[in-house]
Ligand binder design. Sequence first.
Ligand code: NAD
Length: 494
Amino acid sequence: THEFNTKLYKGKVSFKAGLFINGEWVDPVDGGDMIDVVNPATGKVITAIPGGGAKDVDIAVKAARKAFKTTWGLKVPGSERGKILNKLAELIEKYGDELAALECLNVGKPFTSTKQLEIPVAVYVSRYFAGWADKIHGKTIETNEKKLAYTRHEPWGVVGAITPWNGPLMIAVVKIAPALATGNTVVLKPSEITPFTALYLADLLNEAGVPPGVVNIINGYGHTVGSAISSHPNVDKITFTGSTLTGRKILKAAAESNLKAVTLELGGKSPTIIFDDVDLEQAIKWAAYGVYYNMGQACVAGSRIYIHEAIYNKFLEGFAKFTEGLTSTTGAPFAEGTQRGPQISKTQFDRVMGYINSGISEGAKVHVGGERFGDEGYFIKPTVFIDAKPSMKIMQEEIFGPVCSIVKFKSEEEVIEWANDTTYGLAANVFTQNSARAIRMSHAIEAGTINVNCSLSMELNVPFGGYKQSGIGRELGQEALDTYTQVKAVHVNL
Ligand code: NAD
């Protein structure tokens, strides 16, 4: 058991560290790496957590398969699966402070905003899919009078879930809840950088009445545990959130092992487009929220900001002032009033600073920020570039930090072309009072989510996913159910 005194809120928080297989805590039988977990606000190691290996994955997959065949899957009525997921939601809510404290300590997310946003998201998503569990219907299809044809939406079986570090609890629940609602069992690998809340969740799953083996959690590295899951011949489906690079490896491993089904939620390079007919103050706030939320570590971060030439100077002045003001609420994640924390790791810190330097060397100008903040941890000042050209790395690649470029545009046609000039297609934000233009833009932009006069929409009953190299398949909403089931057609000769 790991116990931390967070000195704030409820004080002590504890969770067990090990591999969670078949409803029990076990030691790794393979590899047994002890993986350091670092507090990104200080740069100091908090503790080391055991990670598993390929043999552990195999044991977990066997437990998940057994549970699928005996105590879960279609053996259990949907109403019962829903009841358990509702209980899980209740427990996440009850232990919201503890979960938020662990997320804060491990990820550097501010405690207050984690309680206000991430915890309610996890609770809502569990409840939302609990509600679907007894509403998964096939249909009857008229063929001819001598035949009855109908469809069933059956679970895949064992789902491998691999998650990133930028929303560890939220993203784990976004995968576990629909998988369980539809009758699948799960082997989850959290990011080795941020395993705390997934490990805490394990005991809540037991308390909620999730039968042993239905969810197994194996901490570990991507190249060991992650690749063992994605290449396992007995895993039926993978749901992955992370970088496009890793997504490609997972798709390849899935193809070369057993052609398992794959859902990928990958990176982005989302545009924010602001026309000259908007409420400027509101547009500035939304654009800033859209890129600086979670220190820019959001797949949907609106890091390319296109401003109509008629309001460019005014916008830039207001946005720069707003951005400079953010440093006063950036700091220790547990402190009251903190709204932004550090980048997750030294690697990410160096990566983001590398992008800032590449922007400068390619000829863009730093208008605000551009440097580290504070003298410990991995803090970076929110940064605004101007004079960026479409071909520059800062305009093409996902930075995953608090860095944006502001670019002037003249016409709707021009900005549509620029918005689509990337290999990504996750989200876009469009600001205009002209509703016909808003709709034209929404249809012309190649992205899975379009926000009109807002950014970072977190409506969780709406499907989410990427166009182009931002992903395959959809999470959330009713569409998620389709990705966790396969359709069987039954033809009966009458
Ligand atoms: P990452 O791809 O490095 O890691 C994600 C997960 O994959 C981790 O658990 C990691 O251990 C594992 N992994 C690494 N190599 C693997 C391999 N060869 N086989 C199997 N698993 C492997 O991504 P990250 O740095 O943790 O997260 C940041 C990325 O996630 C960003 O690109 C971001 O855009 C993306 N993201 C996307 C969404 C979305 O919904 N589209 C949401 C959040 C984050």
